[in-house]
Design a protein around this ligand. Sequence first.
Ligand code: GAR
Length: 189
Amino acid sequence: MKRRVAVLISGNGSNLQALIDAAKEENYPAQIVLVISNKPQAYGLKRAATAHIPALVIEHGAYATREEFDRAVHAALMDAHVEILCLAGFMRLLSPWFVAQWQGRMLNIHPSLLPAFKGAHAVRDALAAGVTKTGCTVHVVTEAVDAGPVVAQAEVAVLPGDTEESLKLRIHEAEHRLYPAALKVLAGR
Ligand code: GAR
Protein backbone atom coordinates (compact mmCIF):
# COMPACT_ATOMS: atom_id res chain seq x y z
CA MET A 1 0.00 0.00 0.00
CA LYS A 2 1.31 3.43 -0.94
CA ARG A 3 1.63 5.86 1.95
CA ARG A 4 -0.77 8.82 1.82
CA VAL A 5 1.18 12.06 1.60
CA ALA A 6 0.13 15.72 1.76
CA VAL A 7 2.32 18.59 0.62
CA LEU A 8 2.18 22.05 2.21
CA ILE A 9 3.20 24.96 0.00
CA SER A 10 3.23 28.75 -0.07
CA GLY A 11 4.48 29.49 -3.58
CA ASN A 12 5.82 28.12 -6.83
CA GLY A 13 5.67 24.47 -5.83
CA SER A 14 8.50 23.18 -8.01
CA ASN A 15 9.35 20.67 -5.28
CA LEU A 16 5.69 19.69 -5.13
CA GLN A 17 5.96 19.03 -8.88
CA ALA A 18 9.01 16.83 -8.35
CA LEU A 19 7.11 14.81 -5.76
CA ILE A 20 4.04 14.53 -8.01
CA ASP A 21 6.21 13.31 -10.88
CA ALA A 22 8.07 10.79 -8.73
CA ALA A 23 4.84 9.43 -7.27
CA LYS A 24 3.63 8.55 -10.77
CA GLU A 25 6.15 5.69 -10.79
CA GLU A 26 4.38 2.43 -10.16
CA ASN A 27 6.84 1.28 -7.50
CA TYR A 28 7.12 4.59 -5.65
CA PRO A 29 5.96 3.96 -2.05
CA ALA A 30 3.92 7.17 -1.66
CA GLN A 31 1.01 8.95 -3.33
CA ILE A 32 0.21 12.66 -3.08
CA VAL A 33 -3.39 12.84 -1.89
CA LEU A 34 -3.67 16.50 -0.82
CA VAL A 35 -1.99 19.86 -1.33
CA ILE A 36 -2.55 22.71 1.12
CA SER A 37 -1.43 26.29 0.52
CA ASN A 38 -1.63 29.15 3.00
CA LYS A 39 -1.53 31.55 0.02
CA PRO A 40 -4.41 31.65 -2.48
CA GLN A 41 -2.17 32.82 -5.35
CA ALA A 42 0.46 30.06 -4.95
CA TYR A 43 1.36 28.66 -8.38
CA GLY A 44 1.64 25.21 -6.83
CA LEU A 45 -2.17 25.13 -6.62
CA LYS A 46 -2.25 25.08 -10.43
CA ARG A 47 0.24 22.21 -10.43
CA ALA A 48 -2.07 20.27 -8.10
CA ALA A 49 -5.09 20.99 -10.30
CA THR A 50 -3.22 19.86 -13.42
CA ALA A 51 -2.32 16.61 -11.66
CA HIS A 52 -5.93 16.18 -10.44
CA ILE A 53 -4.83 16.26 -6.81
CA PRO A 54 -7.26 17.81 -4.31
CA ALA A 55 -5.98 21.16 -3.06
CA LEU A 56 -7.08 23.48 -0.27
CA VAL A 57 -6.28 27.08 0.53
CA ILE A 58 -6.16 27.69 4.27
CA GLU A 59 -5.24 31.33 4.78
CA HIS A 60 -3.43 31.98 8.02
CA GLY A 61 -4.84 35.52 8.12
CA ALA A 62 -8.29 34.06 8.76
CA TYR A 63 -7.21 32.64 12.14
CA ALA A 64 -6.60 34.54 15.37
CA THR A 65 -3.62 32.47 16.50
CA ARG A 66 -0.93 30.28 14.96
CA GLU A 67 -2.34 27.22 16.69
CA GLU A 68 -5.88 27.81 15.40
CA PHE A 69 -4.50 27.89 11.87
CA ASP A 70 -2.50 24.76 12.57
CA ARG A 71 -5.58 22.99 13.95
CA ALA A 72 -7.49 23.78 10.73
CA VAL A 73 -4.62 22.33 8.67
CA HIS A 74 -4.46 19.27 10.91
CA ALA A 75 -8.21 18.67 10.58
CA ALA A 76 -7.94 18.77 6.78
CA LEU A 77 -5.05 16.29 6.92
CA MET A 78 -7.06 13.96 9.15
CA ASP A 79 -10.07 14.17 6.81
CA ALA A 80 -7.84 13.02 3.94
CA HIS A 81 -6.27 10.21 6.02
CA VAL A 82 -2.81 11.65 5.48
CA GLU A 83 0.08 9.64 6.93
CA ILE A 84 3.12 11.70 5.93
CA LEU A 85 3.46 15.45 5.49
CA CYS A 86 5.98 17.20 3.24
CA LEU A 87 6.72 20.90 3.62
CA ALA A 88 7.80 22.26 0.24
CA GLY A 89 8.44 25.98 0.33
CA PHE A 90 5.88 26.35 3.11
CA MET A 91 7.02 29.62 4.64
CA ARG A 92 5.26 29.53 8.00
CA LEU A 93 6.45 28.33 11.36
CA LEU A 94 4.33 25.54 12.82
CA SER A 95 3.25 25.45 16.46
CA PRO A 96 4.77 22.96 18.92
CA TRP A 97 1.33 21.37 19.12
CA PHE A 98 1.27 20.72 15.36
CA VAL A 99 4.85 19.45 15.28
CA ALA A 100 3.99 17.00 18.07
CA GLN A 101 1.02 15.62 16.07
CA TRP A 102 3.34 14.86 13.13
CA GLN A 103 6.40 13.77 15.03
CA GLY A 104 8.60 11.60 12.82
CA ARG A 105 6.12 11.89 9.93
CA MET A 106 6.85 15.41 8.64
CA LEU A 107 9.67 16.34 6.25
CA ASN A 108 11.00 19.73 5.19
CA ILE A 109 13.35 20.74 2.40
CA HIS A 110 15.79 23.55 3.03
CA PRO A 111 18.19 25.18 0.54
CA SER A 112 21.46 24.72 2.42
CA LEU A 113 23.64 22.02 3.91
CA LEU A 114 22.14 22.18 7.39
CA PRO A 115 23.16 23.03 10.04
CA ALA A 116 24.71 25.80 7.92
CA PHE A 117 22.50 28.72 6.87
CA LYS A 118 19.23 28.11 8.67
CA GLY A 119 16.36 30.54 8.12
CA ALA A 120 14.49 32.20 5.29
CA HIS A 121 17.49 33.53 3.31
CA ALA A 122 19.72 30.48 3.14
CA VAL A 123 20.92 31.01 -0.45
CA ARG A 124 21.68 34.71 0.02
CA ASP A 125 23.45 33.96 3.29
CA ALA A 126 25.61 31.25 1.69
CA LEU A 127 26.66 33.66 -1.09
CA ALA A 128 27.42 36.39 1.41
CA ALA A 129 29.54 33.99 3.46
CA GLY A 130 31.69 33.21 0.42
CA VAL A 131 31.44 29.43 0.71
CA THR A 132 32.46 27.36 -2.33
CA LYS A 133 29.82 24.72 -1.80
CA THR A 134 26.32 24.73 -0.42
CA GLY A 135 23.36 22.47 -1.21
CA CYS A 136 20.05 21.28 0.12
CA THR A 137 18.79 19.18 2.99
CA VAL A 138 15.68 17.13 3.66
CA HIS A 139 15.13 16.72 7.37
CA VAL A 140 12.50 15.51 9.78
CA VAL A 141 10.70 18.50 11.29
CA THR A 142 11.16 19.04 14.99
CA GLU A 143 10.24 21.99 17.19
CA ALA A 144 13.58 23.72 16.65
CA VAL A 145 13.50 25.41 13.24
CA ASP A 146 15.66 23.82 10.48
CA ALA A 147 17.25 21.47 13.01
CA GLY A 148 15.59 18.05 12.89
CA PRO A 149 17.35 14.79 11.94
CA VAL A 150 18.76 14.87 8.40
CA VAL A 151 17.28 12.31 5.99
CA ALA A 152 19.29 13.29 2.91
CA GLN A 153 21.60 16.02 1.66
CA ALA A 154 23.01 17.02 -1.74
CA GLU A 155 25.97 19.29 -2.38
CA VAL A 156 25.88 22.10 -4.92
CA ALA A 157 28.95 24.07 -6.02
CA VAL A 158 28.97 27.84 -5.69
CA LEU A 159 30.51 29.08 -8.96
CA PRO A 160 32.44 32.30 -9.57
CA GLY A 161 29.99 34.98 -10.67
CA ASP A 162 26.97 33.24 -9.14
CA THR A 163 24.06 35.48 -8.25
CA GLU A 164 21.36 34.56 -5.76
CA GLU A 165 19.16 33.63 -8.73
CA SER A 166 21.71 31.44 -10.54
CA LEU A 167 22.65 29.64 -7.34
CA LYS A 168 18.99 29.16 -6.40
CA LEU A 169 18.35 27.57 -9.79
CA ARG A 170 21.20 25.10 -9.32
CA ILE A 171 20.02 24.26 -5.80
CA HIS A 172 16.49 23.75 -7.08
CA GLU A 173 17.70 21.14 -9.57
CA ALA A 174 19.35 19.26 -6.73
CA GLU A 175 16.24 19.62 -4.57
CA HIS A 176 14.04 18.10 -7.25
CA ARG A 177 16.14 14.92 -7.15
CA LEU A 178 16.67 14.91 -3.39
CA TYR A 179 13.12 15.36 -2.10
CA PRO A 180 11.57 12.39 -3.94
CA ALA A 181 14.50 10.22 -2.83
CA ALA A 182 14.14 11.30 0.80
CA LEU A 183 10.37 10.79 0.83
CA LYS A 184 10.96 7.33 -0.60
CA VAL A 185 13.19 6.56 2.40
CA LEU A 186 10.59 7.70 4.95
CA ALA A 187 7.61 6.15 3.13
CA GLY A 188 9.45 2.86 2.74
CA ARG A 189 10.19 2.54 6.48
C1 GAR B 1 12.89 25.67 -1.99
O1 GAR B 1 14.15 26.05 -2.49
C2 GAR B 1 13.00 25.28 -0.54
O2 GAR B 1 14.21 24.68 -0.21
C3 GAR B 1 12.84 26.62 0.12
O3 GAR B 1 11.86 27.27 -0.62
C4 GAR B 1 11.94 26.87 -1.98
C5 GAR B 1 10.56 26.53 -2.46
O4 GAR B 1 10.56 26.33 -3.85
N1 GAR B 1 12.48 26.48 1.51
C6 GAR B 1 12.93 27.27 2.47
O5 GAR B 1 13.66 28.21 2.27
C7 GAR B 1 12.44 26.90 3.85
N2 GAR B 1 13.14 27.65 4.84
P1 GAR B 1 9.31 25.64 -4.56
O6 GAR B 1 8.04 26.37 -4.08
O7 GAR B 1 9.54 25.89 -6.02
O8 GAR B 1 9.30 24.20 -4.21
